[in-house]
Design a protein around this ligand. Sequence first.
Ligand code: 5AD
Ligand code: SF4
Length: 459
Amino acid sequence: MNVYDSEQIARGLKALRYNMTSSQEKADLIIVNTCAIREKAEQKVFSFLGRLAGLKRKKPDLIIGVGGCVAQQEGAKILQRVPHLDLVFGTNAIGRLPGIIETIESKKCRIVDVEMSEQIEELDFVTNEYHKGKVTNFVTIMQGCDNYCTYCVVPYVRGRETSRNPEKIINEISRLIESGAREVTLLGQNVNSYGKKEGLCTFPELLALVNGIDDLLRIRFTTSHPKDLSEDLILAFKELDKLCSHIHLPIQSGSNRVLKRMNRKYNRKLYLAKVDKLRNIYPDIAITSDIIVGFPGETRTDFEETLELIKEMEFDGLFAFKYSDRPNAAAALFPDKISEKEKKERLQQVLNLQDHFTTKKNKELVGSTQSILVEGLSKKQTKVDIQNSYKDVQWTGRTSTNKIVNFPQGDDAVSCDGIIIGRMVNVRIVKAFSHSLWGEPVSIEPISFGSRGEKNYVA
Ligand code: 5AD
Ligand code: SF4
C-alpha cells in the first residue's frame, strides 16, 4: 500500500514539475513515506530524517516532508522532534500535497496536514509518465480497516474502511495498461469486504469486471481476511482466467487462545477448513501467510501450536514478525509481555521451519514448464547493451503462483526482436533455490495485445 501511495505522490509531484532524481544531493524536495505497522519501521524513519539534517544545512531551500502512517500517528510532534522538517502530511492528504508544496515554496512556512476523511479522495493527477514501462502495478480498491485486531495500528492511522467506486478502479487500470501494465495487484486491508458498506458490487464481482479488461494478462489481490473468505471468491479462482493462482491468507497464530485475544474472529479449525476448500477446488493454488510470534501472553504451548500449524499447512511462503506494541492498539496494554530474547528465538524457529517448506515447494516445480510474465532484467543483470545479442541477457518474472523465476533469453526459444518485458514466456524450471527458481525458455506466447504497436523499453 505504501508503494502505491508513493507512486501517487510521485504522480502528483510530476504535475508540479518535480522529476525523480537518483541522488538525495540533487533533490530540491525529499518526501519520506513511512510505515507504522511495527516499531522497527518507525525507528527507521527517525534515524533517516536525522541523517538529512546536514543536507538541509548545505541547501536551505531543500523541502523535506514526511508522509504516511507515522506522519498520521505523530502529527505536529514530528516537527518538534525534527527541526529541519518542513512538512508532515497524513494518509488522507496525498491529493492535497501539490497545493501544500506550492504554499511551502512561496511562503517558506512549515505545514502539518493530518486531516482524515471518511470519503476516498479520487486523485486526478494527469501524468502517467511515472508508470511507463512498469509491467506490474498496484491499484488500491479500498482504504482503512474496521477490524481492530488488537495488535494492529492500521485502523488508527488509515481510518475507517472505505471502498472505491468500481468505475474509478477500472479507469485507473485501463490507464495503466496504456502505459504498458499487464498485471495488477488489487489492494485493500481486507479485500473480501470490498463494497459491502457502500452497497457497491462484491469483491468477486469486481474481480470479474477487472477480468474483462482488454490487454490485461494477470490479476492478483491482497489481503484476504480468513474470516471473510467467501465461497464466491473461492470459485473465482476457477472461473476467472486472469486471476493468478495465489492467495495471501494471514493466519497470525496457530493457537485458538491467541487468535481470540488478537480479535481475529476465526479459529484454527475454520482457517484449515477454508484452506481445504481452496485446495480441493484448485490443487495448485499457492498459499502464503503472516505469523506474529510473541504476542502478549503467548505461552510455549501456544507457540508449539503455531509450529504445528505451519507443518500441517505447508505454506508456499510465510512472513513472520516479532510482536511489537503499537500506540492505541489494545494489545499494547495487555499483560504478560514476551521478552525480546524469547521473541527472537521463536521467530528464528518459525523461519527455519518455513524455509524447509518454501524450498520443498520450489523443488516440486523442477522439470515443469511455467508460464512467466516477464517483469524486467534479473537482479544480476543491471543493463542491456543494445548493440550486443540478447541471447546472454537474464530476465526475471513470476509464475502465476507468485514465485520468482530468472532465465536467460537463449538462442531460439524466444527469438523475437530482443526485449520481452511484458510478454508471457513458457519456461522449463531446471533449478530451485530457497527464494527463486532458474529455468530455460521454451517458447513465447504470441502478442494478443499491442494493436497500438507499442513496445516496452529498459530504462
Ligand atoms: N507487531 C508485529 N507484527 C504486526 N503485524 C501487524 N501489526 C503488528 C505488530 N504490532 C503484522 C501482521 C500483519 C502484517 C502486515 O504485519 O502479521 O498481517
Ligand atoms: Fe490490521 Fe486486522 Fe485490519 Fe489487517 S484486518 S489491517 S491486521 S486491523
